[in-house]
Design a protein around this ligand. Structure first.
Ligand SMILES: [Zn+2]
Length: 479
């Protein structure tokens, strides 16, 4: 199958020079980009060759598919349930954990389908998912149906709190926590061997763990080492809030990244989710180790993690740390929309530091595409529009009020456009979102099922009742 998209108004290649082509054409051959350049260059190179399909790009713009470097697909049914006045630790221990513990495999499957439809409509073509509470195969089935690319795993933890808080049961704690690091790692290894590189290479499976207090130090270090042995990556939450850093300091005398690094757990195959509470020395350390960070701007806004007051994301980028953008789960951030993350990140540091040249639109686009791909160790195939890479891309309809008028496509993309003007999303050479719908699934049916399942899960988890804690002392002492 050969498709020519000709005379595109613009093409963001996001190559190493951030080349933006005007009046561009691109050739897609099966799952790959066979050519890209100005319309005249491509026409000259393909003179006389035939195409199965030709798309007129005169009123279209093209961008690499977005890479979401931190998402929780198993959390998708929890949209707008938890209040917005919780600190990160109370949010995790008293709201997210009960919700996770009470969702079923059926909930996870329909939640993953729902989340993926939101992603594809928003131009996200690849994700790093923290993983299933049950089996990574659940998310992979949803990926199979929808055609998206991604990495998933088994969400693992091994460190039960000394006392179970209200709303937790022994049964739920047994389901949620492995008895020790070794038994968790055994299951994670089996999952990688079974699910990595499935769906013609579109699905990868990593050694993912939850990270921070619910995981032992042994599990953090063991996950990184196991991933290295298996030739894959790992991701875990770390340094997600100032409260976590302070508890870590009082218990161990240092902040979380230093503590895990002292044990050998910060390496180049690791994506740290959030990394909000990071010292200047730890920024250097992350760069030296080659580790990546998934920054989730909307999650930081909603939970007050302090990206603008204590965050070191611009410094990380300057130091050479790979910083991708993530949406986090819908209960943390409210959405799975990377265009919204780009808008927020392209303004928050300028405003906080009174410096309009810190984390610009260009940096935001790179973080949402190639830097995310580098973090996910997939930049040999995705993250930019270059010859030989996978045909994962977004087409914007420029005959849209958001794009009328515009001069500089980058300014318009980040500050004017939204997902409303996305007309097609392609993954692996196929238009998986087109004609106003995600192909191959019944979206209205998915939404109907998700509403039913979500309402029941909230009641099972007891989150509909008043009196659920909004502060916490769990994990402050002991363990
Ligand atoms: Zn997360």
């Amino acid at each position: 199958m050969r498709t020519l998209i000709e005379n595109l108004n613009f093409a963001f290649t996001v190559d190493k020079n951030d080349t933006v082509l005007r009046n561009a054409s691109m050739v897609v051959e099966n799952d790959r980009i066979a050519d890209i350049g100005t319309a005249s260059e491509v026409a000259a190179r393909h003179n006389g060759k035939s195409f199965d399909k030709v798309i007129d790009g005169t009123m279209l713009g093209i961008c690499p598919g977005f890479v979401d470097s931190h998402v929780h697909l198993s959390e998708t049914l929890s949209r707008a349930v938890f209040p917005d006045n919780l600190n990160t630790r109370a949010w995790v221990f008293h709201w997210a954990k009960p919700f996770y513990a009470y969702i079923t495999e059926e909930d996870e499957y329909w939640g993953a389908l729902l989340g993926i439809t939101e992603m594809l409509r928003g131009g996200t073509t690849c994700f790093l998912d923290m993983g299933s509470q049950y089996d990574p195969g659940i998310v992979i089935r949803a990926m199979d149906k929808t055609g998206i690319r991604g990495i998933t795993g088994r969400h693992a933890a091994d460190n039960r709190p000394a006392e179970l808080p209200r709303g937790w049961t022994e049964e739920m704690a047994d389901h949620h926590f492995f008895p020790d690091a070794q038994s968790a790692l055994k299951v994670l290894e089996e999952n990688v061997l079974r699910y990595n590189n499935t769906l013609d290479g579109r699905a990868r499976c990593w050694v993912n763990i939850e990270g921070k207090e619910p995981c032992s130090l042994e599990l953090h270090v063991g996950a990184v080492a196991l991933a290295e042995k298996l030739g894959v990556g790992t991701t875990y939450h770390l340094a997600t809030s100032i409260e976590e850093a302070k508890v870590c300091e009082s218990k161990y005398g240092c902040w979380p990244i230093t503590r895990v690094d002292n044990a050998g757990g910060i390496r180049k195959n690791l994506v740290i989710a959030h990394g909000a509470a990071v010292s200047d020395e730890e920024v250097k350390l992350l760069a030296e180790r080659g580790a990546s960070v998934a920054f989730c701007p909307c999650s930081s806004f909603k939970l007050g993690k302090g990206a603008t007051s204590i965050g070191k994301y611009p410094e990380m980028v300057r130091a050479g740390v790979k910083v991708g953008l993530g949406t986090d789960g819908v209960s943390a951030a409210g959405n799975m929309n990377l265009m919204r993350q780009m808008l927020v990140v392209a303004g928050m540091f300028k405003d906080a530091r009174l410096k309009p040249d810190v984390f610009t639109a260009r940096d935001a686009l790179r973080a949402a595409t190639i830097e995310g791909a580098r973090a996910l160790m997939w930049d040999d195939e995705i993250g930019s529009l270059e010859i030989g890479k996978k045909a994962d891309f977004i087409l914007f309809d420029l005959d849209h009020v958001e794009w009328t008028p515009f001069y500089d496509p980058l300014q318009a993309l980040v500050f004017s456009a939204s997902t409303a003007s996305i007309t097609q999303t392609w993954v692996d050479g196929k238009a998986v979102y087109a004609d106003g719908k995600v192909q191959g699934v019944d979206e209205a049916g998915i939404r109907r099922k998700a509403r039913e399942l979500a309402a029941a899960a909230v009641v099972r988890a007891g989150l509909h009742e008043h009196g659920v804690e909004t502060t916490t002392t769990l994990y402050d002492e002991g363990n």
